[in-house]
Design a protein around this ligand. Structure first.
Ligand SMILES: Cc1cc2nc3c(=O)[nH]c(=O)nc-3n(C[C@H](O)[C@H](O)[C@H](O)COP(=O)(O)OP(=O)(O)OC[C@H]3O[C@@H](n4cnc5c(N)ncnc54)[C@H](O)[C@@H]3O)c2cc1C
Length: 494
């Protein structure tokens, strides 16, 4: 029997209930339930033990059919449809500790949901135990020390919002409902990364529950190897229940918007990016999207964000505006925290996406030509470059676990749509992206683990010199590889 069928038949046989978990187990006499182990085997969870876990938690422990279960398991990418045996809606570190201990003692498959933005669906699991951190979302800013402490389930927008009140900011992602836990521990590009470094470069401390159930504080002084590994090594070492950030004085208004060029000017626009992408001021962030606009056709759209002295914005952007005559130019003063939300709706939860991505070190004319050839005229298709450089590239690859310190930009190719697709449509959309990537991949040097967590051999190669050090940290804190739904660092002493 396929694993998914195993769970569906278990549900039909009466393992599910509409009652809250604590009542469910009390009334049913704690029914045993099927589950899946970390290595993919079938196991049975004793009802009494599940009841004990439910009783130990402040938050709810949910089974299929209960209110909230479908909400928790539905992550950002609407194509992901997995059904955990249990969902622990954690309210704090103690809940995380109890849930992780329960999973470790049974070698259960575990997933952790922060913001739910894992494009491949790593934050939800089929038949295992999902820890949903969404309720852990408070942020406290320390104005005097210019730091923030955010709970492990916070979204990027939560941190932007609280920082803005004090005229402070740090690098966060470009969609405000991305989870801070996943984004930061994997790296964290954003509109301020050229100025302040990656999110992980501003990540100065954390609380983490490791798989032995212990709550540890990490910083450069306490458990420094673990701190180093959390700056780019992802969720391999435990569940981060709080993140501490360095914040920076940031004027509330940035000069930001889109400068769009017609497709006939695509070559000139992309060559500008190739020639100047590496030597722009740190305060300028330029992300580039090749996309189809209804009634206009294909365009090359630069999203420009100037976070420096407002009086200098025009002179900094003048060369870009001279590349060709823009067909649109919406650059204007905007509150930074508000601008951070501009893509939230077009990237709202439930969207269906298939993406391939990789880091571009040398943005050559060959790449420009091939990108133009490959690009498809379609409203659901895009090629996107998220800019790197600046402060990101002034760190050495071994300073943090995040090793990609030579990239000009991060190239992504995707199809993204909202309505349900047929099997044929899905296969075609995925196939198109794969085919295009076959042509474009040769221009990349590794990939960003937050966008590509599927390729185990690639993950090893990607981390380069940092991989053996990451394995040592993994061996120490997660020798049985309980935390495996991520760009996985495999322990060698299990
Ligand atoms: C719309 C969209 C916009 C994006 N924009 C950016 C961007 O601007 N910059 C950028 O760098 N990346 C961006 N990303 C990629 C993003 O960084 C990753 O998808 C990241 O993993 C999302 O974190 P999450 O908490 O939302 O995801 P989840 O799906 O909840 O989790 C992703 C991974 O992180 C782990 N995880 C999450 N929280 C914790 C925690 N507290 N402790 C331990 N492990 C945890 C999970 O186990 C899982 O392996 C974007 C993705 C999307 C879908």
């Amino acid at each position: 029997m396929k694993r998914r069928d195993f769970f569906r038949s278990a549900a039909a046989a009466g393992f599910v209930s509409m009652l809250p978990a604590k009542q469910l187990f009390a009334l049913t006499g704690a029914t045993d339930m099927p589950a899946v182990t970390a290595s993919g085997g079938e196991t049975t969870l004793e009802g009494a033990a599940v009841q004990e876990l439910a009783d130990s938690m402040r938050g709810a422990l949910l089974t299929a059919g209960e209110p909230g279960y479908d909400h928790s398991r539905a992550i950002w990418n609407g194509m992901i449809d997995k059904r955990p045996a249990l969902i622990a809606r954690c309210e704090g570190a103690a809940d995380v500790s109890h849930a992780l201990t329960f999973a470790r003692e049974r070698n259960l498959l575990v997933s952790v949901r922060g913001g739910g933005h894992s494009i491949s669906g790593k934050s939800v699991c089929e038949g295992g135990l999902m820890l949903d951190l969404s309720n852990m979302n408070s942020v406290r800013v320390d104005r005097a020390n210019k730091t923030a402490r955010a709970d492990g389930g916070c979204l990027e927008g939560d941190i932007d919002h609280e920082g803005a009140m004090h005229g402070l900011a740090t690098t966060g992602g470009i969609v405000s409902h991305t989870g801070a836990g996943g984004l930061t521990t994997g790296g964290g590009f954003g509109r301020l990364c050229r100025k302040y470094g990656m999110a992980c470069d501003n990540f100065i401390g954390a609380d983490i529950v490791t798989v032995d159930g212990a709550l540890r504080h990490v910083s450069d002084d306490e458990n420094p190897e673990l701190m180093w590994a959390l700056r780019g090594g992802g969720s391999n070492f435990g569940v981060v229940t709080a993140l501490e950030y360095q914040l920076h004085e940031q004027q509330p208004m940035v000069i930001a918007g889109d400068i769009k060029f017609a497709w006939k000017d695509a070559h000139a626009a992309l060559m500008f990016y190739a020639e100047h992408g590496n030597d722009m001021p740190d305060e300028l962030n330029l992300n580039v999207m090749l996309v189809t606009v209804p009634d206009v056709g294909r365009v090359v759209s630069f999203e420009a964000v100037w976070s420096g002295d407002p009086s200098k914005a025009d002179s900094v952007l003048a060369p870009l505006r001279k590349v060709a005559t823009p067909i649109a130019d919406t650059v204007a003063p905007a509150p930074y925290a508000k601008f951070q939300q501009r893509l939230d709706n077009s990237n709202r939860h439930g969207v269906r996406m298939y993406m391939k991505s990789g880091l571009v070190n040398n943005y050559t004319e060959d790449l420009v030509r091939e990108v133009q050839e490959v690009h498809r005229e379609s409203p659901i298709y895009a090629i996107f470059f998220m800019q790197s450089g600046g402060a990101v590239n002034r760190r050495a690859p071994t300073d943090t676990a995040f090793p990609y310190r030579s990239a000009h930009s991060n190239m992504m190719v995707w199809n993204q749509w909202f309505e349900l697709e047929t099997d044929e449509e899905r296969a075609e959309r995925i196939g198109n992206v794969r085919a295009d990537w076959e042509r474009l991949r040769k221009h990349t040097h590794g990939f960003y683990v937050n966008l590509n967590d599927e390729d185990a051999a690639g993950t090893h190669a990607n981390y380069g010199k940092n991989y053996p050090r990451l394995v040592r940290v993994k061996n120490q804190y997660d020798p049985s590889n309980l935390m495996r739904l991520n760009a996985n660092i495999e322990p060698t002493n299990s």
